[in-house]
Write a protein of this length. Structure first.
Lengths: 88, 88
């Protein structure tokens, strides 16, 4: 994306619904630190736990940083789910 | 993701803000058909134009199909922006 891009921002609210609150909390606890320690000046990510849902809010300046943030978030969640599946 | 996954669904509202309504409409018109003609039984995607914003709603059954949908949506938007930049 260059400076002439007519795209101003990309904002997203993602809700990931789990079977139950316990599962959501396990995954949330596993990934919350990754979100706090992954700074990116072109996008911000915010993670919250809401009962059996994990909510991810992403604000990005351009589509490239948005895609990077979404992919990173989903990869963490997928990895946590896979590890969790090995242990239950 | 296997059948034991505790993940029930991934839902997302994405708002892409453009400089002005005209730009948003150009990009919307360029990609709306792609969204209507890309069926995926594990996720649904919905595109709407709201003044200077394009809203994308994605409902997916799992994180893999969600990621595929997001990436596909963002790639279409990025491509349209790039082609648009060549012509203005």
């Amino acid at each position: 994306m260059n400076f002439d891009s007519p795209l101003e921002s990309v904002k997203s609210d993602i809700a990931i619904e789990f079977e139950n609150q316990k599962q959501a909390k396990i995954i949330y606890d596993a990934i919350v630190l990754e979100f706090e320690t992954a700074p990116d000046y072109r996008s911000s990510m915010n993670l919250t736990l809401d009962e059996s849902r994990i909510l991810i809010r992403i604000n990005a300046e351009d589509s490239t940083s948005f895609r990077a943030s979404v992919n990173s978030a989903i990869k963490w969640i997928k990895l946590s789910l896979e590890i969790n599946n090995l242990t239950i």
